[in-house]
Write a new protein. Sequence first.
Length: 96
Amino acid sequence: MISKQEVQHIAKLARLSTTEEEEEKFAKELSSILDYVEKLKKADISETEEISQPFKIENIVRKDEERSDKKKLDNQRLVEMAPDTKNGYVKVKSIF
């Protein structure tokens, strides 16, 4: 069982103000949580497979692939249609 002094110390570390009633309640609740953790420690997990993720996750991002010539030609035509170009890029007015 966790003592009231330990609950007060934990509350101080968490910067919580507690009343006497809350300290008694927290002492019981924290003790029951620690008792349950002790039960979990005794469970036989020798045949349990370790996992880091319960669901199978797949990467849904598309693969990097070289663009087709058609797309390159479309880009070239768009650059040629721009009012002002420089070194194959569309030239725009400076903002600053």
